[in-house]
Design a protein around this ligand. Sequence first.
Ligand code: SIN
Length: 272
Amino acid sequence: MTITTQPIQGLSVVPVTGMLGAELSGVDLSQPLDQATIKAIKDALNQHGVIFFRDQDLTPEQYLEFGGHFGEISVSKALPTVAGHPLINELIRRPEAQPDVVGGVWHADQTYRDEPTYGTMLYGLQVPEYGADTAYINMQAAYEYLSEGLKQTLENLKGVHVHARNQKNRTPEEIAARPEVAVHPVVTTHPKTGRKALYVSPGYTVRFDGWTEEESTPLLNFLFQHALRPEFGCRFRWRKGSIAFWDNRQVWHYAINDSTGHLRVMHRLVIG
Ligand code: SIN
């Protein structure tokens, strides 16, 4: 995988690891952005899978305007929203020990939908001094590092994705009536870069289409374990004012649940 450290259109783009993520600086996202800067940010996202900004200070309106440059904003109905801003989800993690947190499983967002939104943006308003990082895995690298034989086998498979988690606000009857299940190819091609990615995750993929769960589990477990090689990943340490923007067609993410004793408040946009 080729990674550039050259500034793009006045932005500084510094990779986080050899295979995933880049930190972008030299831009104040509260200000109107010109087309060249927006294109440079899109290029960085396409190339690095997840991009990070530091020390931003945005009103909800400015945050929505920034997110809107990258596609239509469509809120996640399963999560609370910010008062007066129904398009922004608010993730509040209270100081008490949390048995579960939003996103506390490796996943790509909304793959249980026929047309998942591609982008997710997270803005840290109140974050602990340490802990509650978000971790990411490059699913294009995970695909590239498989054998040619397995790649060929996977080309013919589809995965069944089921939204079985974070369903506490729905009754069993509601879940049965609208179960939120989608079938997607196991290997997908990125529409902008043409790179292939593994498109299954422990969070949502329960079996291969046409296979039983018992038949699917050994191969799925192999893929999940393979994808978690440290070389494929990066981990983001939050500061107040940080923004992460990731492409769910390229990466998994995981919310790390280790911030007992601290309040964490994030504003989240779902894009595209
Ligand atoms: C998410 O899965 O969108 C939440 C990630 C986080 O809170 O770190």
